[in-house]
Design a binder for this molecule. Structure first.
Ligand SMILES: NC(=O)c1ccc[n+]([C@@H]2O[C@H](COP(=O)([O-])OP(=O)(O)OC[C@H]3O[C@@H](n4cnc5c(N)ncnc54)[C@H](OP(=O)(O)O)[C@@H]3O)[C@@H](O)[C@H]2O)c1
Length: 329
């Protein structure tokens, strides 16, 4: 089995390549900058490609069993790479955090993917997959939830250049407004974002949080679970870090290149008087994206599910999170 990685020289792309190596999965390493690819991967199968050149993307996918797109902002890269995956008849997975891109892929590509017999999984990453899998676990057996809240205890957040660029693209598209999922649909929040405190499970404890911090999970969850409202709460410090002008990227503190950042994600689902909670914790939201998307790629190559799907719709949450987050901190 061979996996092609587009955006292999980015921060997240490098974690994905390392995870493929750790699992002894052959890879094709692609991206737009041939020099950077050559510097990082001198002895590997490198196939520089451009989103403006479909033939170069076809060459980057030739012989691969799936493609993992790590090149963001995905507003620019998802359509050309996805079209190439459909032409080549192989699964497409990406790590986008862009809500509009996830919504577009799920809406526009489901039919073509089914027709081509291709599995498509957007946002198979920390944002987009973890909350979706936890919400799937928390609502198991319910026909619908009244409300699902997600709370993120990121110890801090040093965004990469790619995250900053993506934030600029998303902010431009939203004209400065916040997205939120309310009354059964994605819309815009107005006025100041709500604030409060969230009592996370120990040892994190109670932290100040800011609300209407919609993540890709606000698109992936309601795509397959029925709920009227989704609350999305972020540790205030991490939300402030994201807006900070300090350009310092995440700093590696261990041999795997992970930063010291820790995370705890808690999901609370409510239906009538019932309340169910599910949570996971680990280290480094960029690093942990690699085992998530690689495990998903290997699974859909083995067991294809043609169409465009989210993590929670495809995988058993306990089994999948147990296989991917074990050892993440
Ligand atoms: N959902 C999640 O939880 C999650 C987790 C991790 C990352 N992400 C997303 O993944 C993306 C990358 O993040 P990162 O941390 O890896 O950032 P990064 O280190 O800045 O890497 C970005 C990569 O994308 C490539 N790229 C950007 N625009 C491109 C284009 N038009 N054509 C071809 N390649 C392009 C860059 O190529 P060059 O090297 O040539 O500039 C680079 O390799 C961001 O959108 C981020 O939001 C999401």
């Amino acid at each position: 089995m061979t996996i092609s990685v587009f955006g292999a020289s980015g921060h997240t792309g490098q974690f994905v390549v390392a995870e493929l190596r750790r699992r002894a999965v052959p890879s094709i390493l692609s991206g737009r900058d041939p020099d950077r690819l050559a510097r990082l991967y001198p002895d590997d199968d490198r196939r520089p490609a451009s989103v403006d050149d479909p033939a170069s993307l076809d060459a980057a996918l030739a012989g691969a069993d799936a493609v993992v797109n790590c090149a963001g902002p995905f507003a620019d890269t998802h359509a050309p790479v996805l079209d190439a995956a459909l032409r080549n008849g192989i699964p497409y997975l990406d790590v986008t955090a862009e809500l509009e891109v996830v919504a577009e892929i799920l809406a526009r590509y489901d039919g073509p993917a089914r027709a081509a017999g291709v599995t498509v999984v957007p946002a198979m990453a920390f944002f987009g997959a973890v909350g979706d899998l936890l919400a799937t676990a928390a609502t198991a057996g319910w026909p619908a939830a009244d409300r699902i809240d997600l709370a993120y205890a990121l110890s801090d957040w040093r965004p990469t250049d790619g995250t900053r660029a993506t934030g600029r693209v998303s902010a431009g598209r939203r004209d400065g407004r916040r997205l939120r999922y309310a009354d059964g649909r994605l819309g815009f929040g107005t006025g100041a974002a709500p604030t409060g405190e969230w009592a996370f499970p120990g040892p994190v404890g109670t932290l100040p949080v800011v609300g209407e911090f919609a993540t890709a999970d606000s698109v992936t969850i309601p795509h397959h679970l029925s709920t009227k409202d989704i609350g999305s709460w972020m540790h205030t410090r991490a939300a402030e870090d994201l807006r900070s002008p300090d350009p310092t990227p995440p700093t590696a503190v261990d041999s795997e290149g992970r930063s010291a950042q820790t995370f705890l994600v808690e999901v609370v689902a409510r239906r009538g008087d019932e309340e169910r909670r599910a949570a996971v914790s680990g280290r480094d939201i960029y690093a942990v994206t690699a085992p998530l998307v690689v495990e998903a790629a290997l699974r859909v190559v083995k067991d294809p599910v043609p169409g465009a799907h989210t993590a929670g719709a495809l995988f058993d949450p306990g089994d999948f999170l147990g296989a991917t987050l074990t050892g993440s901190g």
